[in-house]
Design a protein around this ligand. Sequence first.
Ligand SMILES: [Fe+2]
Length: 240
Amino acid sequence: MFSLLVRRDGLIEPPPMDGTDSHCHILPGLDDGAPDDETAIAIAGLLVEMGIHTVVATPHVISDVFPNSTASILDAANRFSALLSERKIPLRLIPGAEYYLEKHLLQRIAKDDIIAWGKERFVLFESPVEREPMLLDEVVFSLKSAGYTPVFAHVERYRYLQNDYERIRELKRLGVRFQVNHPSFHLPKISRRGELARLLYIKGLVDLFGTDFHRATMNNCQQKKRRTGMRRTSSPFSRS
Ligand SMILES: [Fe+2]
């Protein structure tokens, strides 16, 4: 029986990440994430401290902002994996990418120039925050036709989905998997992002967790152990 822990502040206790971070900007120098090796090593140390043993490194791929090629990402992943070993940091790094939903992504899919991971060939993609892009269904269809599993990055973040649960269910039916940023579970009830993350989790719609860390900071996730005052309930969620 599915049961949840509710804290004194009325939020559910964030679910465990089960050792894998599926979305992280840890690779140095490729995007707005870690700018250098030492920052990346600090992120790695923080992940290990959180119980993470595997991280999917997902630098942004945006044609006119972060035009990272497949080769540059794979090279950076190899080099940084070697550095993790050298520093004896127990973190396995898998190369990935966070593809921006744009025409350029369709061209990459057509050329099979995509970094996917896992048996399911997961491909992480993101969209603009405010409005649903026209290309969303086409990208999903193209990825699936090419044998990939589309994973929508931090799905709780998009304003056009925060009030459209039906569209969320529809995307799920189309075969989209949902990645939620774990720090979102710590957001207060007034946060639509936090509320959608919790709703998705309670409805069993979260497929992958990520930190989306860009720096080694806990500012947004507040992973403090506030375990006092928790109680069990089968229906803790209320949409206020
Ligand atoms: Fe990201």
